[in-house]
Write a protein that binds this ligand. Structure first.
Ligand SMILES: C[S@@+](CC[C@H](N)C(=O)[O-])C[C@H]1O[C@@H](n2cnc3c(N)ncnc32)[C@H](O)[C@@H]1O
Length: 294
C-alpha cells in the first residue's frame, strides 16, 4: 500500500437503504458495509484522474475566470483541477482542500507550484474565513459528501459576494459508461451489489439535481450544462487493471471479492464491453456541471 495512514469513508448501506426509493431493493433487507478508499494517488490517477482531467479542462474554460483571482478547490483529490488552474489561469492563490491526508500529501509532492496551498479539511465545515476567495470549484466530490447541502453552504460562505461557484459530478446513473458497464456487470452477477451501484446510491448524480441543490442554497444566475469526454481504453487490461487499485466504490467492491468472484466479474465485463477488432474500447463519460454567482 502506497500510504499507511488510514482515511476511509464509511458507507453504511443500511442507512442508504432506508432512503432508497426502490422497494425491491429495500425489501431485500440487505445490510452491507464497505469502505471507499481515497488514499493512493498513483492508482487514483490511473483509475479516474486521467478522465477527470479531461472534464476539468472543459469545465474551467467554461468557468471563464480571469487572472489574479484567489481560488478554492474543494475535494481536490490528487490535484486535478488545481493543476490546470495553476497552469492556465494565472491565479494569485489556489487553496486545494481534501479530507484525504494521503491525497493531499501526493498532490503537494507532485505539484510544487508557488500559488498552490494544499490543506486537509472537510467540505462540510471548512477552516476558512468568510469571503476568503473569489472562486470556488469542486469536481466529482459532492456525491461522496454525506451532507452536500452543508458543503454548498460552506462554499457560499467562503466566497466573496459577486464571486463564482462551479461544481461538477459524474452522471453515474447513465452517461459515465466506464462505471455503468462495471456496475451492470456486478449487479447481474450478484443483485446485492445494487446497494453499492453509484448510479443508485448517489441521487445527486441525476440530471437536474445539482442545479436544484445550488439554487436552493442561494446561488444566483445558475447555469446547468453537461460535459462529455471520450474515455478511450487501448485494451481490456487498460480498462480493467485500474479497478484492482482499490480506489473509489468500484475499486473497493472489486477488491472485496474473492478471487473466483473477481474472475467472474472480469469475464462478464469482457463479454459486455464493446471491444473492437483491435482490442480497444471506446466509451464516453458525462458530467453534470453548474456555475453561478454568489
Ligand atoms: C472522485 S475524487 C475527485 C478528486 C478530484 N476533485 C478530481 O476531480 O479528480 C473525490 C474526492 O473527494 C474527497 N472527499 C470526499 N468527501 C469529502 C469531504 N467531506 N470533504 C473533503 N473532501 C472529500 C475524497 O477524498 C476524494 O479525493
Amino acid at each position: 500500500m502506497e500510504f499507511q495512514n488510514q482515511n476511509k469513508i464509511r458507507f453504511f448501506i443500511k442507512g442508504m437503504l432506508s432512503a432508497c426509493a426502490d422497494p425491491g431493493i429495500a425489501a431485500a433487507g440487505i445490510f452491507h458495509q464497505m469502505d471507499t478508499s481515497w488514499q493512493s494517488g498513483n492508482p487514483y490517477e490511473k483509475f479516474m484522474g486521467r478522465w477527470s482531467h479531461l472534464v476539468a479542462q472543459q469545465f474551467l474554460a467554461w468557468m471563464a475566470v480571469p487572472a489574479n483571482r484567489r481560488w478554492l478547490d474543494v475535494g481536490c483529490g490528487t490535484g486535478t483541477l488545481a493543476r490546470v488552474i495553476a497552469a492556465d489561469y494565472q491565479p494569485d492563490e489556489v487553496v486545494a482542500l481534501d479530507s484525504s491526508p494521503e491525497f493531499i500529501a501526493y498532490a503537494r509532492q507532485s505539484l510544487p507550484h508557488p500559488a498552490l496551498r494544499f490543506k486537509v479539511g472537510n467540505a462540510e465545515a471548512m477552516d476558512l474565513s468568510a469571503n476568503a476567495v473569489d472562486v470556488v470549484v469542486s469536481g466529482l466530490v459532492l456525491n461522496f459528501v454525506p451532507q452536500p447541502d452543508a458543503a454548498v453552504s460552506e462554499m457560499l460562505r467562503v466566497t466573496k459576494p459577486g464571486g463564482k461557484l462551479g461544481i461538477f459530478v459524474w452522471d453515474y446513473a447513465d452517461g459515465m459508461e466506464m462505471l455503468r458497464y462495471f456496475w451492470d456487470a456486478a449487479v447481474a452477477l450478484n443483485y446485492d451489489a445494487i446497494t453499492l451501484d453509484e448510479g443508485v446510491k448517489f441521487p445527486l448524480c441525476k440530471k437536474g439535481r445539482l442545479g436544484s441543490l445550488v439554487r436552493k442554497a442561494g446561488l444566483n444566475q445558475v447555469e446547468d450544462v453537461s460535459f462529455e469526454v471520450a474515455t478511450a481504453f487501448q485494451s481490456f487490461d487498460d480498462y480493467w487493471q485500474p479497478f484492482l487499485g482499490n480506489v473509489g466504490p468500484a475499486g473497493s467492491y472489486t477488491m472485496s471479492l474473492d478471487n473466483k468472484d473477481r474472475k467472474q466479474l472480469e469475464a462478464r465485463l469482457r463479454e459486455s464491453l464493446p471491444i473492437d477488432e483491435t482490442g480497444a474500447i471506446s466509451l464516453s463519460a458525462r458530467a453534470w456541471a453548474v456555475k453561478g454567482l454568489v
